[in-house]
Write a protein that binds this ligand. Sequence first.
Ligand code: SF4
Length: 63
Amino acid sequence: MRIVVDRDLCDGHGMCEAMAHEYFELDDDDVMTVLDESPPDSERATVHAAVQACPALALSLQD
Ligand code: SF4
């Protein structure tokens, strides 16, 4: 599983960080960093919830 970010869509809402702070982090300028682009399958539910929570539809998962 790999986390894919569309940087053109991401506008720093921070929902991803709120849902899965182990994988997403926003800096002081609301620029988001993916902390681990390849989470283990055991984390799928958590990461999927964060992807679904993004209001800008900037996140997706690839297998
Ligand atoms: S929730 Fe979506 S728009 Fe907001 S920081 Fe995360 S990826 Fe970007």
